[in-house]
Write a protein that binds this ligand. Structure first.
Ligand code: FAD
Length: 402
């Protein structure tokens, strides 16, 4: 059975795929979104496990898409300051870029998806299709892609957008190679109630046992909360995951002093931990014949800078901008357009991959740089306000906006 052809098909209904569908529909294109499932309901008495730090560029995109106002009030926490400690030295950030209210905003994944679902409900140019793509092939008699859904339907896509994450089927059929590195670490996440307010401060410490970050969450029923992201080497990650929630809380508490965050303790676990394998995986190009990649399908980076999703949302912003700029009569799959999109994303993705990789290696257990030298570097960076302002601006994503 065949359904009418949209202008393009997006494969992947995660945050990046949903945002992409909305952004492209708002440029006047008819979009089919495959793998589009509604977000899980938010637990009333807790936070869900996946929590993201969104930067100013992501916030700006979600505002343009009229998604930001639908985020549940009381579950978005602005980050006022960030304290990074390593080898006894500290790098502190407390000044957002000009005209930006905060360094970042901490929000649950399901809250973002839920707000996107709400906005998509009013977007008549998007066909939401829960079926995943099962087979992708080039039609024998014309441009584009033939998409077969898991329930046996067939769609023609003049342009195919891969927003299908780490194991992207779209990337596989595209033949685009990736540069991949396994950090041999897992990102262990869990949420805790803390004893005192965090005042919107994010804490991070680089230690032999990995990178530990505590992100401030909006208080739940008046209770201050934090979200843990512990990038831990494999064996330690297994050990942490095997701990009962209260024992994990105690283990994290043992690191509060290193973070200068003792005032947050004692911590109390509010749910189970979860973990994700950490890899750098960068597609050598974000576009080929009638096909583009966005989000984790195009790039995965170490989460120590909390930038993976932000990069994906900036892909969306850039793709919408590029397609909107096409000349009258120029097709959405025009190779010049797609090359322009790929070129415009390459620099930021490469810069972030190099920076996060360098930091992960610098603070690895067998680091090539001795701890006193690293401490000196961190002290020096902390004493240079213009350097910190530059870092803050890059982390905001604003210099890369189309
Ligand atoms: C521990 C950890 C912490 C992180 N913290 C942050 C942070 O603070 N800030 C930040 O910006 N980033 C962060 N990230 C990165 C972030 O998680 C990812 O970059 C982001 O989730 C990628 O979203 P996506 O929509 O591209 O991919 P995904 O979330 O993987 O979504 C892909 C979607 O495609 C669907 N799909 C797969 N195959 C098909 C198919 N064949 N057909 C149709 N649909 C398909 C899947 O079901 C899924 O819904 C973190 C990552 C980790 C591991």
């Amino acid at each position: 059975m065949s359904t009418p052809s949209p202008d393009l098909v997006i494969c992947g209904g995660g945050i990046v795929g949903k945002a992409c569908a909305l952004a492209l529909a708002q440029t006047g294109l008819d979009v089919a979104l495959l793998g589009a499932r509604p977000a899980a309901a938010l637990p009333a008495d807790n936070y869900s496990q996946r929590i993201y730090a969104l930067n100013a560029a992501s916030r700006q995109l979600l505002e343009q898409l009229r998604v930001w106002p639908h985020l549940p009030p009381g579950r978005v926490q602005p980050v006022r300051a960030m304290q990074i400690r390593a080898d006894g030295a500290q790098l502190a950030f407390d000044t957002p870029p000009a005209q930006v209210e905060a360094l970042a905003w901490i929000v649950e994944s399901d809250a973002i998806e839920g707000a996107l679902d709400l906005a998509l409900r009013f977007e008549r140019r998007v066909q939401l299709d829960p079926a995943p793509a099962a087979r992708l092939s080039r039609p024998a008699d014309g441009p584009g892609w033939q998409v077969q859904t898991a329930d046996g339907r067939s769609l023609h896509a003049a342009l195919l957008v891969g927003a299908d994450g780490e194991h992207s089927l779209v990337r596989k059929v595209s033949g685009i190679a990736t540069d991949t590195h396994d950090y041999m670490q897992r990102g262990v996440v869990a949420n805790f109630a803390c004893a005192a307010p965090h005042d919107g401060v994010a804490f991070q410490t680089f230690e032999d046992g990995g990178v530990i970050a505590l992100l401030p969450l909006a208080p739940l029923h008046g209770q201050p909360m934090v979200s843990l992201v512990w990038s831990a080497p494999g064996a330690l990650a297994h050990e942490l995951l095997a701990l009962p929630p209260d024992a994990l809380a105690q283990r994290v508490q043992g690191h509060l002093a290193a973070m200068r965050a003792q005032h947050l303790g004692p911590l109390r676990a509010t749910g189970a931990a979860a973990a994700w394998r950490l890899q750098r995986q960068i597609a050598r190009s974000a576009a080929t014949d009638a096909l583009v990649l966005v989000g984790d399908a195009a790039h995965r980076v170490h989460p120590l800078a909390g930038q993976g999703l932000n990069l994906g949302l900036q892909d969306v912003q850039q793709l919408a901008h590029t397609l909107q700029q096409r000349a009258p009569g120029q097709a959405v799959h025009d190779a010049r357009l797609l090359r322009r999109y790929a070129r415009s994303r390459a620099e930021q993705v490469r810069a972030l991959a190099i920076a996060t990789d360098a930091l992960a290696r610098l603070y690895a257990t067998h680091s090539p740089v001795p701890a006193p030298l690293r401490a000196l570097g961190l002290h020096a960076a902390n004493a240079l306000p213009p350097f910190k302002a530059l870092l803050t601006r890059y982390a905001s994503g604003l210099p890369y906006l189309a």
